[in-house]
Design a protein around this ligand. Structure first.
Ligand SMILES: [Zn+2]
Length: 345
């Protein structure tokens, strides 16, 4: 396949990168060039300036997706923090193909990942990508969606998502640039929500309905899940972690309650935000439910014993250390959030 790209550069002059101009892919260079002659409405790339004209190239990088159930494809991100090797590819991404349309659930950390998701979809179907669902505010899930929006998708997210991202975007993008690289951050930005979910929203992809549900404060204050009725699977975002240590950025008590709700839901399987692409259910919830319970129990004990936060973070949930990847990164943060929440009980 061939596609249209254009050179974009940072305001300071460097770095420069070729960015995808969605909508001009064709099997031959001539087909792409013919499409370009009809005129191009360039998307806007945040903090970048356009430094050339659109041109046709052989299609760039795709992501590896596995069809976990008919029409439901999942990319498994690495279990890692952002770094220069993974370039932000460390969370799971899914897309669902109906009879008339495609919906994407999460989109990775950066512009290049949104572009790679689009190409991966095009390798499977020519149907329009009508919806880009963002499961929550965390940048490894949210920051590729802008590319999908430029390709015509409506951005779907929690009613609190716009505000949450407006408050955090500058910090997220600075961290992305430092940890994954300025080239990764170039042209990456937040996508405004077109369809805000207050409670439940249903989307029809053509004989395939997705049910998007907004949850109360738990992993974050912006979590939604996507139920694919045809497969009976729930794409859970970070309300469900597998292998990767859970990361608490909302309410521990809230997340315990939501986890219990999900465990009680009849599902074929769960696609978690991190870890295995297709998690048996409810067995797949056991480790997370246990971790959250231990985190709550140990935090309450530390508070009761009068430990200061600085001493408590070293002891809370230590028994879980061998059960999770990245435990030493996330558990101290979780303990801090839990302590701050539970000391006022
Ligand atoms: Zn998250």
């Amino acid at each position: 396949m061939f596609e249209a790209v254009i050179l974009i550069c940072a305001a300071a002059g460097a770095p420069c990168e070729e960015a995808l101009v969605p909508g001009f892919s064709a099997p031959t260079p001539a087909g792409c060039e013919a499409a370009l002659t009809g005129g191009v409405d360039l998307p806007a790339w945040p903090d970048a300036r356009v430094a050339g004209e659109p041109a046709c190239r052989e299609a760039g990088q795709m992501l590896e997706f596995r069809e976990v159930s008919p029409g439901l494809f999942v990319h498994r991100g690495q279990i890692a923090e952002w770094n220069r090797e993974n370039r932000g590819d460390m969370s799971n991404i899914a897309f669902v193909v109906g009879d008339s349309a495609v919906a994407v659930i999460d989109s990775g950390s950066a512009r290049w990942m949104g572009e790679a998701v689009l190409r991966s979809i095009r390798a499977v179907t020519d149907l329009p990508v009508t919806h880009a669902i963002v499961t929550h505010m965390h940048p490894d899930h949210a920051l590729g969606a802008r590319v999908l929006a430029a390709a015509g998708a409506k951005v779907v997210g929690h009613a609190a998502l716009d505000r949450a991202l407006a408050d955090r975007a500058a910090t997220y993008l600075e961290r992305l640039s430092i940890q994954a690289g300025a080239d990764v951050a170039l042209g990456t930005g937040v996508a405004p929500v077109d369809m805000a979910v207050e409670d439940v929203l249903r989307i029809d992809l053509g004989n395939r309905e997705l049910e998007i549900r907004a949850w109360p404060l738990s992993h974050t204050g912006t979590d939604v899940t996507v139920l694919d009725r045809q497969s009976g699977a729930l794409i859970a975002g970070d309300l469900v972690f597998d292998t990767h240590a859970p990361s608490l950025d909302g309410s521990l008590v809230g997340w315990q309650a939501v986890t219990a709700d999900l465990v009680a839901t009849d599902l074929t399987a769960v696609v978690p935000g991190h870890g295995t692409a297709w998690l048996d259910w409810p067995d797949g919830a056991t480790a997370q439910a246990r971790y959250l319970d231990v985190l709550a129990r140990d935090t309450r004990r530390a508070i009761r014993d009068g430990l200061p936060l600085s001493a408590a973070v070293d002891t809370i949930a230590g028994s879980e250390a061998d059960a999770w990847a990245l435990f030493d990164v996330f558990n101290p943060r979780n303990a801090t959030v839990a302590f701050t929440e539970l000391e006022w009980e």
